[in-house]
Design a protein around this ligand. Sequence first.
Ligand SMILES: [Mg+2]
Length: 171
Amino acid sequence: MLKLFLPNEHVKNVFEIKPEALKAKGVKGIITDLDNTLVAWNVKDATPEIIQWFKSMEKNDIKVTIISNNNEERVKLFSEPLETPFVFAARKPLGRAFRKAVKQMKLKKEEVVVIGDQLLTDVLGGNRSGLHTILVVPIVQTDGKITRINRQIERRILNWMRKKGMISWEE
Ligand SMILES: [Mg+2]
C-alpha cells in the first residue's frame, strides 16, 4: 500500500528535469502540479526561470499540462500567460484529472511523467493512474490550510520510508 506513495524519482526542483533527458527516455508529456512545485503557493505569476523551463519543453516537443487542486482563478491566471493547458479543482489524488490530461495531450500513459511536491496528491494520484512520478522539494515550507494537514501525514510516511531505506534524500 505504502508503495503507492513512493515516487519513481525525486529531484530538488523542476529545473533538474531537462527536456533532453526526458526525450531520451521516450517521454513526450508532463503533468505538473502548480503550488510549491512551479512557484511558491502564494506567488501569482510564473517566474522568468519557469517561463524558460516551459519554453525549453516546448522547443523539444514535450507537452505540459498543469493540474492543480487549487481554484479556477489561481490556476487560470498562472497558466494562461504560459499558453499551457490546465485543470483546476483537479481533486488529486483522484485519477480523473490525470486521465483527462493524458487524453488531451493525445499521449500514452508510458509517455507521460507527473511532477509534484506532495505525496498524498501528486505522487499517489500519478502512481494510481499508472504514470511515472517525480517528486520535487516544496518551494516554500509554508502551505495553505488543507495542505498543512496532508503534510503531517506525509511526514510520517516519509519517515517510515527513510527508515526502510526506500528513500535517501535529505530534507
Ligand atoms: Mg503542490
